[in-house]
Design a protein around this ligand. Structure first.
Ligand code: PHE
Length: 449
């Protein structure tokens, strides 16, 4: 009898691909990737990013899905079973704990930003019915940030949506949501790229994205590109491990893993190609856009094009959808853990969501009442992002790579990675054993000292 998960299973290979791509594609691709690129030297950042995906993230993605499928439980419990079966130190279970903490931290601010997208969608719905146009997007964005109540409200709406899906479980909740949301997202993105192409600035955008200015590459760029690769592929916090736990035995991990990585990277680049032509077309510098980049630049374009209001609505709904399929994957690992401890799924999802919501209020207040609070020169949200995305995810990924490469039974790993020809398995093994850990360690050490 095939071992299955008590939480339910993906109904097919395709369902897993949708769910895992849904997790990977999110604010990380459409909000964070463009502004990180903008702030970190354009093509130089993109190049380092692609390198990190290929050399570090992809092998770790395989490892996470494979470990999850072998364990078939939430990360902490799977790691407990595996360390026991293979006679390795229980210390490795710590990876599962780091992942819960990172997930909680990320979801706390993720939901706040996703709330912005809901707020903007709402502004466009109102505009569609005769409400005021966003004539000064910079002002509208600054106003939003200065109102803690408004921010908290949308943050709450988004968290309730996330919790609702997770409370319904793997088949009824997660799988049903992604089957509807992912195709919608893809269509909306294509519409937007088509618009970007008509602005006549696609070439300038492409050259900004793909012509590296070598002088911009330094340790900081490496750290942020690496953090972004982990964040965008939902790695280093056992999300993919959790989704792997629900993956049927006969599906090839390398094949689905590679598909997810390609889709995620492709969509980040497409998002760049949709957004930068607009930024450039409206006379804004593509560099130094900051976290407000898409909220302050795109509405300008939507104002002055035919059917701009409809485009605006589509764009911000797209972002909200993308964020939704990611946030459910941020909540699922901790929820599954509590369910395995005897808590009902609904209570588990509700209590974790409530906790993350509460923590998110710190990010909310950091934009207004506590805007004077600066930690290492950053506002509260950017500080949490730094700790969680740029430090905890790479650290989690480093540990997962070492565990998968050196400690877990190689035979069992090979079984899980069936479909990978022997030479590629050996290549994968050395990537997780040496290349990925060394690269991550160098970047982390350089960042800290
Ligand atoms: N990958 C998601 C995004 O790009 C964010 C995420 C990170 C989701 C970690 C789950 C785990 O938006």
């Amino acid at each position: 009898m095939e071992k299955t998960s008590i939480h339910g299973m993906w109904s097919s290979r395709f369902a897993f691909i949708l769910a895992a791509t849904g997790s990977a594609v999110g604010l990380g691709n459409i909000w964070r990737f463009p502004y990180m690129t903008s702030d970190n030297g354009g093509g130089a950042f993109v190049l380092v990013y692609l390198l990190c995906v290929a050399m570090v993230a992809l092998p770790i993605l395989f490892a996470e899905i494979a470990i999850g499928r072998r364990g078939r439980r939430s990360p902490i419990h799977s790691l407990m079973d595996i360390t026991r079966e293979d006679g390795v130190s229980r210390g490795w279970v710590g990876i599962g704990w780091i992942s819960i903490i990172a997930g909680v931290l990320i979801l706390s601010f993720y939901s706040v930003v996703a709330g912005w997208t809901l707020h903007y969608s709402w502004l466009y719905v109102k505009q569609l019915f005769g409400g005021a146009a966003i004539t000064d997007p910079g002002l509208v964005f600054a106003e939003l940030l200065s109102h803690p109540f408004e921010l908290t409200f949308w943050h709450a709406v988004f968290m309730v949506l996330t919790m609702g899906v997770v409370a319904l479980g793997v088949e009824q909740g997660l799988e049903r949501a992604v089957k509807f949301l992912m195709p919608a997202l893809f269509i909306m993105l294509l519409l937007l790229v088509a618009y970007g192409a008509t602005t006549g600035h696609l070439g300038a955008a492409a050259s900004f994205l793909f012509n590296p200015d070598w002088s911009k590459i330094d340790g900081g760029v490496f750290l942020r590109a690496m953090g972004q690769a982990f964040f965008s592929l939902s790695l280093g916090m056992c999300t993919m491990m959790t989704y792997g736990a629900y993956l049927p035995r006969d599906v090839s991990v390398p094949r689905v893993g590679a598909t997810v990585a390609l889709a995620d990277t492709g969509i980040a680049l497409l998002a760049g190609l949709a957004i930068f032509p607009i930024v450039i077309g409206f006379g804004m510098a593509p560099t130094g856009g900051g976290a407000g980049l898409i909220f302050t630049s795109l509405p300008l374009a939507f104002n002055s094009i035919p059917f701009g209001v409809v485009y605006g609505l589509i764009f911000f709904l797209l972002l909200a959808f993308a964020a939704w399929t990611s946030s459910i994957s941020l909540l699922e690992p901790a929820t599954a853990f509590l369910v395995e401890r005897g808590v009902s799924r609904k209570t588990a999802a509700l209590s974790m969501a409530a906790f993350c919501w509460g923590l998110g209020l710190l990010s909310v207040l950091g934009f207004n009442h506590w805007s004077h609070v600066k930690i290492l020169g950053r506002d509260i949200m950017s500080f949490i992002e730094l700790i969680a995305n740029d430090l905890m995810l790479p650290l989690g990924g480093l540990l997962i790579a070492l565990f998968a490469g050196w400690f877990i039974s190689g035979e069992r790993m090979r079984e899980q990675l069936h479909g990978l020809p022997a030479p590629l398995f050996t290549l994968w093994r050395w990537l997780v054993r040496v290349v990925a850990p060394v690269l991550v360690a160098v970047v982390l050490v350089r960042a800290v000292i």
